[in-house]
Design a protein around this ligand. Structure first.
Ligand SMILES: [Zn+2]
Length: 488
């Protein structure tokens, strides 16, 4: 029995999906793994990875595949299409090179349509009523180095008018040739946005981009607003409270605003943050469901009765999240005890292979952070915050360090170690900081912009250390995760 059938059987036994109230999206939610493109496992895939997948698709002959043009560095930008219906839908992804979540979902959707055994009726219905065009990875040069901008350091989404980049030109000329009814502008946003003032991350944010500074609603934008309302209702079943609206300030240089103005009902989809999903695989699944749902709803025209008040009710993105919030710590200074919360954010730094990242932590805020929350959010009431120490008695090789019992060192307040030989690396895949040159010191400063390295004590005993922003319980060494930095 294949995986699909097993899952379907479970659903049948539970009496959920295949009843009279057949729920397409819910069925997709449970059967997603069957369609997931397994060769894309994290955010750091490259143009060469998708070229392979596209040439496989070409062999299957369901999709029409063409090269729409080439990027500044000569990488092909592909246009794929499927279906024979009258309503045209155009989806484009990753015009920002480091925003790959929806590209992964598009390849899952290609698998969905390529499969010949499941959801036959729905697929036939969608493909006889719509023709769907896809442009995955509009900015392959940016994706190569996991950067937002293209090889000319131009933000493609500020080049919709001037069209000085080959990539923006290609996107615009395909758009002009299609004059699609619906457009999907697929991006990733800061994972630290929250849905309004709630303590919930904005996992997906929508926008029907405005057509002018006055934010007027014409018929074109109205269709986008209604469809978003319907998608919001559908998606709220799976991620209640986690859906938001992107800032609706008019940006005449952006593609979404320009396409909406030019007559295609355009929907911005921003993939945000989700607890314990750094590679955004759950968010990819949500994209898969919401985009297929949108295609079905466009084929049916079923979103037309959704009142605009649903869209209006969606909260805007707010910046309410830190990566880490440590609460109610006691700081002793000049004989007085001060209660502080500390907000810490990680910067993701790309390693030289362009496929792995390490994290560099910074103290972003100190004080009363009760109106914020953190992906890691810990009440440390009763704990005193002190400087972490450097172990000076011996210097280590990296191999030796990996073998030491970190717990024993943590218990004594040591989180910084000295290396035998200077190395050029900038990080260490272990929660300890290394000093490459013996004369240097790592000083803990509890101030904005400093690196968070400290120990937390209660009744004179060290229970926690914080190493490069990673909070570690000293007696639970199996749970140690994170990376330290190397000071050169
Ligand atoms: Zn973007």
């Amino acid at each position: 029995m294949d995986k699909f059938k097993t899952i379907l059987l479970i659903i049948l036994l539970n009496g959920i999906a295949m009843s009279q109230n057949y729920d397409f999206e819910q069925s997709l939610y449970y059967n997603y793994e069957f369609f997931k493109e397994q060769s894309l496992q994290n955010r750091f895939f490259k143009h060469s990875d998708i070229v392979k997948l596209i040439s496989n698709l070409q062999k299957k002959k369901l999709f029409e595949v063409s090269v729409a043009g080439k990027s500044f560095e000569g990488r092909e930008i592909f246009l794929l299409s499927v279906g024979s219906g009258k309503k045209k839908i155009f989806l484009w992804s990753q015009m920002h090179g480091d925003e790959p979540t929806a590209t992964m979902a598009l390849f899952d959707i290609f698998n969905f349509f390529s499969d010949t055994t499941h959801y036959k009726e729905v697929k036939e219905f969608i493909l006889t009523n719509t023709k769907i065009y896809f442009m995955p990875m509009v900015n392959p040069d940016g994706a190569e180095v996991f950067k937002r901008r293209n090889a000319l350091s131009i933000d493609l989404n500020r080049d919709a008018n001037r069209l000085q980049t080959p990539e923006a030109n290609i996107l615009m000329s395909v758009f002009d040739s299609l004059k699609a009814d619906f457009g999907f502008n697929l991006h990733d946003q800061n994972h630290r946005y929250s849905a309004g003032n709630s303590f919930k991350s904005a996992v997906i944010s929508f926008l029907a981009p405005p057509i002018n500074y006055e934010k007027e609603v014409d018929d074109v934008r109205l269709n986008a607003i209604k469809l978003i309302g319907s998608l919001f209702k559908m998606l709220s079943k799976y991620v209640p409270g986690h859906i938001a609206k992107y800032s609706d300030d008019y940006e005449p240089r952006a593609f979404g605003d320009t396409f909406q103005r030019k007559g295609t009902s355009t929907i911005l989809v921003e993939s945000g943050g989700w607890q314990n999903d750094p590679e955004k695989q759950f968010i990819r699944k949500l994209n898969f469901i919401l985009l297929l749902s949108a295609m079905k709803q466009i084929a049916e025209n079923s979103f037309q009765n959704i009142p605009t008040s649903v869209y209006e009710s969606i909260p805007f993105n707010q910046e309410k999240i830190f990566d880490v919030v440590l609460r109610n710590l006691t700081l002793e200074k000049n004989g007085s005890k001060i209660k502080i919360d500390i907000g810490i954010n990680f910067e993701e730094v790309l390693d030289s292979d362009n496929r792995t990242i390490y994290k560099k932590a910074t103290i972003e805020d100190i004080g009363d952070l009760s109106v914020f929350f953190g992906y890691t959010d810990v009440d440390l009431n009763g704990y005193k915050i002190l400087d972490a120490k450097t172990y000076n008695e011996k210097s280590f090789t990296i191999d030796e360090l990996k073998k030491i019992d970190l717990t024993e060192f943590y218990k004594k307040g040591f989180v910084n170690f000295i290396l035998k030989k200077a190395i050029s690396k900038e990080w260490f895949e272990y929660p300890a900081n290394l000093i490459s040159n013996k004369k240097d010191e790592i000083k803990t400063k509890i101030e904005i912009g400093a690196r968070p390295n400290f120990v937390l004590t209660k009744n004179g005993k060290i229970d926690y250390v914080v190493v490069n922003g990673f909070l570690q319980r000293v007696d639970e060494n199996s749970a140690y995760k994170g990376n330290g930095l190397i000071k050169k």
